[in-house]
Design a protein. Structure first.
Ligand SMILES: Nc1ncnc2c1ncn2[C@@H]1O[C@H](COP(=O)(O)OP(=O)(O)OP(=O)(O)O)[C@@H](O)[C@H]1O
Ligand SMILES: [Mg+2]
Length: 361
């Protein structure tokens, strides 16, 4: 038994370990939930701010290093998580059980917003978070098909509506209210009231993250959402072509105008790895996302390659990141999507940190 291995000394050592994302130490963030000392073996429970923590390995190695310096011979970290809210106040009343909201948007259509939103939601759920996915594209709802729920219909009673659940994600879409393929031609006020109902009348329950798939452009749906509920932040999807980048700038400007933080840019369809020759081809160019991100002081949150399995997975209702997709573990695009989800979860935790503090103060 090392005499240095006391509760106090361990806490002091852990107060030197920082959560690299939030930039503060584990003790002052209240992340250390239990310490069990058995001779020179130490078991601890650390509560992360997201189960999709991008820097778990780094935190773990820093903990082990700190405790070994005190004489510990075996350190076991049990991970727990508690996702905090990143907003407060009456604006959040419409969605009382929802802790964070992530809008996925783009200026230009067809760049892969829905694909990114769906895989973001599925990845967060696979990491253990409670996730909802709201299809805010009222005129071109694509979430149901991509999640394999194209034929689902809403259920509920007493004015409450149950979400449809697939791949571990709770969803709502106008598609679940429609019969047949009749196109939806709705104008602004109706779009606003449909989205309001999706938020207010759906039994979302407790959600760590509500991912919102927005229609292309800077129209009514994006404005409605930002007026109705607080947004933790927006993720802007672009492809590397110049025209897509130009439109991405407009989307970012719109979010700035309504005081919604943009987490950063996702460059989708960034390069194609040829399955025959193994060479990488820049079909739409590459690096354009980096250029606008730099220009606007934003971050590139991820780069997703073009991969046939992404499209076929979407068409078949099995997203590439779903455990049910046969290529989920081999696909570079799936790996990029899962990493993107963790990066975004990390950014949300940073936004939530001051709110959590205010709530416990
Ligand atoms: N990385 C990728 N690799 C291969 N195909 C992709 C990739 N990303 C998206 N796609 C395909 O591109 C098409 C358009 O994607 P998606 O529907 O997600 O775009 P969108 O921006 O939501 O479009 P809209 O503006 O119509 O809402 C889909 O067929 C999708 O499967
Ligand atoms: Mg879409």
């Amino acid at each position: 038994m090392s005499d240095q291995l006391t509760n106090d000394n361990i806490m002091a050592a852990l107060s030197q370990v920082r959560d690299p994302e939030i930039g503060r130490d584990l003790v002052s963030l209240g992340m250390v939930k239990g310490i069990d000392i058995n001779g020179t073996a130490v078991d601890l429970t650390v509560e992360l701010t997201t189960p999709a923590c991008p820097l778990k390995a780094k935190i773990e190695s820093d903990i082990v290093e700190g405790l070994e310096a005190l004489g510990a011979s075996a350190v076991r970290v049990d991970w727990a998580s508690n996702v905090k809210r990143s907003f407060g106040g009456p604006a959040a009343d419409l969605i009382p059980g929802v802790r964070n909201t992530i809008a996925v948007a783009s200026g230009k259509g067809g760049v892969g917003k829905t694909t990114v939103a769906v895989n973001l939601a599925v990845s967060l759920a696979r990491d253990g978070a409670r996730v909802g996915l709201l299809d805010a594209d009222i005129t071109g709802p694509n979430v149901p098909l991509m999640m394999g729920t194209g034929g689902a219909h809403v259920t509920g009673s007493g004015g409450r509506v149950n979400p449809v659940i697939s791949h571990g994600v709770k969803m709502m879409s106008i598609q679940y209210f429609l019969t047949g393929d009749a196109p939806v031609i709705w104008r602004g006020p109706l779009i606003h009231s449909a989205i309001q109902q999706f938020l207010r009348d759906v039994e979302w329950g407790e959600l760590d993250y509500l991912v919102i798939d927005l229609p292309p452009g800077t129209g009514d749906a994006a404005l409605s959402i930002s007026q109705l509920i607080p947004l933790s932040g927006a993720v802007i999807v672009t492809t590397p072509q110049e025209v897509s980048l130009l439109d991405a700038r407009k989307a970012i400007a719109m979010f700035n105008k309504v005081n919604v933080r943009t987490f950063g840019v996702v460059e989708n369809m960034s390069g194609f790895v040829c399955p025959d020759c193994g060479g990488e081809h820049d079909i739409f160019g590459s690096g354009g996302g980096t250029t606008i991100a730099r220009e606007l002081g934003l971050e590139v949150l991820g780069r997703i390659p073009i991969e046939p399995g992404v499209r076929s997975g979407s068409d078949a209702g099995v997203p590439i990141t779903s455990a049910q997709h046969p290529a989920a573990d081999a696909s570079a695009a799936a790996a990029a999507m899962r990493e993107l989800a963790r990066t975004v979860a990390g950014r949300v935790s940073v936004v939530a940190a001051p709110f959590a503090e205010a709530a416990t103060a």
